[in-house]
Write a protein that binds this ligand. Structure first.
Ligand SMILES: [Zn+2]
Length: 341
């Protein structure tokens, strides 16, 4: 925990404009677009939120609840609690903090240039910018209904930072303003034709670490005619979905296939993590499961059963207790099973 003195000091060491930019907000002449564009006419085309750099304060002209200091800005943008926002602002990785510090312009420029040559950092930054342009899911939106139909409700959406690609054109343009098309294509956000992917996959499911920093995401279609139903961000999957649940404490954990199954179990009060596909569990993840008894809930099809066998062997080798959930009817996933009860 931090004392109020420490928080004061942290706040005064940061530039709210720089933090806003780091959050992916497009700050121009002291203004940026509201974090809730759906509450504004035309998606807040003319930015309504003003920044007072001297006082370290922001405020939306339309939304009464969109205002506050730099901590509130992080809290609102990333859907975090107050302590999480403090932690985020203090985060020691260069991708989060370096360009937010009040450091001389010349030095900052050089550091940014240098760091952008590092491929991992560069990918992280684009991913971060993309997620910052998305909005929390409005409960009355069809994606909200789709989740609620699966008994995944708003407290879970907020907890795991589910996001909606609400304004496709705005997000495309904002990304193209910040990054070259080649870079965006390189990380797989844009397709060969030069368009942002995910136009038909509006539900964005970020893979965040315990500090709520995103490292990967899946985009999900909610129209059942769309194939494939999920698209993955380019590159390696850094850790299982909902990594936060792997806290090293003794307990049971359910290991599911896909983020939606994971969310359903979380919604039913089970401790759960997910892997994107039956074959995507990595041996180097085994140590993350320390002290857990692992119940495998992969789909009951041939791929799922083969995946369970493989994962079970890896976990057992590390001395971890594991068993198959074993209640799923042939061909069914956990979501379908829970819904049918
Ligand atoms: Zn607003």
């Amino acid at each position: 925990m931090s004392s109020s003195e420490e928080i004061k000091e942290l706040k005064s060491s940061l530039s709210i404009t720089a933090v806003a930019k780091r959050l992916g907000l497009n700050v121009e002449r002291g203004h940026f677009r509201c974090l809730f564009p759906e509450r504004h006419a035309h998606g807040d085309r003319t930015p309504s939120v003003s920044i007072n750099e001297a006082k370290g304060y922001f405020r939306c002209f339309v939304c009464n609840d969109v205002k506050g200091d730099v901590i509130e800005l992080v809290r609102l943008s990333l859907g975090m609690s107050f302590p999480e926002a403090i932690k985020w602002l203090r985060g020691d990785t260069p991708s989060i903090v370096r360009d937010m510090q009040k450091i001389p312009v010349q030095k900052k420029f050089q550091e940014e240039k240098k760091s952008e040559e590092h491929p991992k950092f560069f990918k992280e930054k684009i991913l971060f910018d993309f997620l910052s342009l998305l909005v929390p899911i409005p409960p009355n939106h069809q994606v909200g209904w789709w989740l609620a139909n699966r008994r995944i409700y708003k407290p879970i959406w907020d907890k795991v930072l589910l996001r909606l690609l609400y304004d496709y054109d705005h997000v495309s343009r904002a990304l193209l303003l910040k990054h070259s098309l080649e870079d965006l294509q390189f990380v797989g956000l844009f397709n060969k034709q030069g368009y942002l992917r995910y136009g038909r996959h509006p539900l964005i499911i970020p893979y965040v670490d315990e500090m709520h920093r995103p490292f990967f995401f899946q985009a999900r279609a909610i129209d059942k005619n769309i194939v494939p139903k999920e698209l993955n961000f380019q590159g390696t999957i850094p850790f299982p979905y909902n990594k936060e649940a792997l806290d090293g404490k003794h307990g049971i954990i359910y290991l599911c296939e896909g983020a939606i199954d994971t969310l359903t179990l979380l919604g039913h009060g089970f401790n759960a993590v997910g892997i994107p596909g039956s074959n995507s569990f990595k041996p180097e993840w085994v140590s993350l499961f320390n002290n857990k008894k692992v119940i495998l809930c992969l789909d009951n099809d041939s791929a799922g059963r083969a995946g369970e066998e493989r994962i079970s062997a890896l976990l057992k080798e590390a001395g971890l207790e594991t068993r198959s959930f074993g209640l799923l009817p042939e061909g069914k996933d956990i979501n379908a099973w829970l819904a049918s009860r």
